[in-house]
Design a protein around this ligand. Sequence first.
Ligand SMILES: Nc1ncnc2c1ncn2[C@@H]1O[C@H](COP(=O)(O)OP(=O)(O)OP(=O)(O)O)[C@@H](O)[C@H]1O
Ligand SMILES: [Mg+2]
Length: 235
Amino acid sequence: MNNSEYLLLTSLFIAGTDTDVGKTYITAGLAVTLRKMGVDVGIMKPFAAGIAQKKGYKSEDVEILSAAAQVNDPENMINPQFFPIPASPYTAWKRLKTKPKISTILSSFKKLTKIHDLMLVEGMGGIMTPILKDYYITNLIKEMDIPTVIVTRSKIGTVNHTIMTVKMCEKYKIPIKGIIINDFDAGYPVKELTRDLKNLTGIPILGSIPFIKDMSDSSLYKIFKKSIDFKLILN
Ligand SMILES: Nc1ncnc2c1ncn2[C@@H]1O[C@H](COP(=O)(O)OP(=O)(O)OP(=O)(O)O)[C@@H](O)[C@H]1O
Ligand SMILES: [Mg+2]
């Protein structure tokens, strides 16, 4: 990294209010933009699930994230565990008899933080997605000891989901850097939603992202640089 402005960088856990809210798209946009700002950004998807891709990385999320960050770290470090069914790590464990390995996740994360200036870690599903009995995404974030960014959507119902997510982070004493509104499906007018989420949660709104038509580097950079307050993210 060549910019002394960002010496106090800390890794971020990109959490979501639910599955499919856009964690991967938002993490990819953040990774591209930070990279173009001169930050050596690493990415991680501790647990991934779904149908394995035939070529490249098993997880499509990992494929998108590593292309965005342009990293060549081994797949077993970026994504230590892949479950070939669309389920939470807890349910996958019960069905496939493969226990989620928290210690492997934490040691890979530690190694990657030594290689990169800043890690973006994408969550799985929502904040209370179960990993083990009485061990949720919140517990994992707590053990990684990093702040979170909450990705929320603009569809009706999002206020409820966002407040619940913020409350759970507060219960687990997880610092929240801010909320990103992924405004890719119809619902609330984004200005109104920004005002209401800010007032109701007291958490800064880092920006809102419109529907992305083009996932190329230059398109993501243009959208994210304009829409997200990187000063709030990096300080
Ligand atoms: N800003 C956006 N513009 C256009 N399409 C989007 C945007 N955000 C999300 N999508 C669409 O929604 C889908 C789900 O988004 P994404 O994969 O980022 O969700 P996720 O929260 O990472 O889900 P998971 O819990 O499975 O990891 C994407 O495949 C894409 O089709
Ligand atoms: Mg994802």
